[in-house]
Design a protein around this ligand. Sequence first.
Ligand SMILES: Cc1cc2ncn([C@H]3O[C@H](COP(=O)(O)O)[C@@H](O)[C@H]3O)c2cc1C
Ligand SMILES: O=C(O)c1cccnc1
Length: 330
Amino acid sequence: MTALNPAFADIVELLTAVPDGDEAAVAAVRQRNAALAKPVGSLGKLEQLVEFLARWQHRSAPRLDNPMVTIFAGNHGLAAHAVSAYAPEATAQMVANMTNGGSAVSQICGLHEINLRVFELALEMPTGDIATEAAFEDKMAAATIAYGMEAVAGKPDVIGLGDVGVGSTTSAAAVFAALYGGTGADWAARGSGLDDAGLVRKAGVIDQALSVHAGALNHPLEVLARLGGREVAAMLGALIAARHQKVPVVIDGYVATAAAAIAHAVNPQAIEHCLFAHVSDAGPHGRVIAHLGQRPLLDLGLHLGEGAGAALGIVMIKTALHLHANMATA
Ligand SMILES: Cc1cc2ncn([C@H]3O[C@H](COP(=O)(O)O)[C@@H](O)[C@H]3O)c2cc1C
Ligand SMILES: O=C(O)c1cccnc1
């Protein structure tokens, strides 16, 4: 077994030495919840959402002045294997559509006054084709994680993490297979709409990647460098920085969950500040969330990605906080 590349040392440290949540802030929220003009506990998970905000914002009166959804866009060398219903050019088109307000996530964010930021990750430079080579050199993986940390620089009160990138669900499936075992068929889903033959091809590409990189998947960050995407590396960075800067995180679908799974595999406590907004209809997503010891907030049958589920999770959090802050006390 080779030692972990020192390029990852700082990242492992940040994932290991994570600050605890603020239980005094949670107690203050519970006290106010109990005093609101309603039967105790009757707002169910909405009450817990406010506790979640308080715990990870470290504020007894949590705020949402600057909620943000961030979308990380990357291209994948593995897309050459026709494992997506779309051609790689579609990634840049999706980004343009997002910027122009034509995407689902743009409309959800516009309607509910959530800031939306799109981070393009060198779309003209796809990751290596994982069926034959590593997705990244280790140093590039580390640099992309570091870049993702910038996502919290605008001091959001909560940050949603989503992806775009043709082929991203194949890469995410390979990450899950490497972390949890099983074959390509166990983790491949139809993504953006694959047909039956495509699904078989997709499982085959994952199996080939697992076999090519076998022996080099000994640490979760090696799994990321070998099999992951730029968007997953950057989301991991955002998730890490958020914890250290007191920003609660809302995770979107299958691909964003891969970033959380890598963090969790280094240190399960590193994802305590993450809320899983929804369980995607992408087959194995629910299984991954269960592996992480989490429960999804919503189950809307979405299988979209692009942060749409995360944005809807933030809508629920906004509503919960509005009730908490503005209802009368008995
Ligand atoms: C128009 C369009 C909008 C999207 N929004 C999210 N995705 C989703 O589909 C892609 C992943 O699926 P696969 O692994 O099958 O390529 C990602 O871009 C994801 O965000 C979209 C895909 C398309 C085509
Ligand atoms: O569930 C997801 O997150 C998903 C599904 C299809 C395509 N992209 C993402």
